[in-house]
Design a protein around this ligand. Structure first.
Ligand code: ZN
Length: 61
């Protein structure tokens, strides 16, 4: 019984870590919308909370 439960848990865990990254990203974007925190621009595929333009500006300052 215990082994069966462990197998079910392992299966669920393996299924979870095999979830495509894009799905996790979608969930993450739902929680943290991919908008730049500085200029409110859409950061798109960047996983950053700051858009590339603002990053460039910050790096140059
Ligand atoms: Zn920005």
């Amino acid at each position: 019984m215990k082994t069966r439960l462990w197998k079910a848990f392992k299966k669920a865990f393996l299924a979870l870590i095999r979830v495509p990254g894009i799905f996790l990203k979608a969930v993450l974007h739902f929680i943290y919308p991919p908008y730049c925190v500085i200029c409110d621009a859409w950061t798109g595929d960047d996983d950053s909370i700051v858009c590339s333009k603002c990053w460039a500006r910050l790096e140059n300052e």
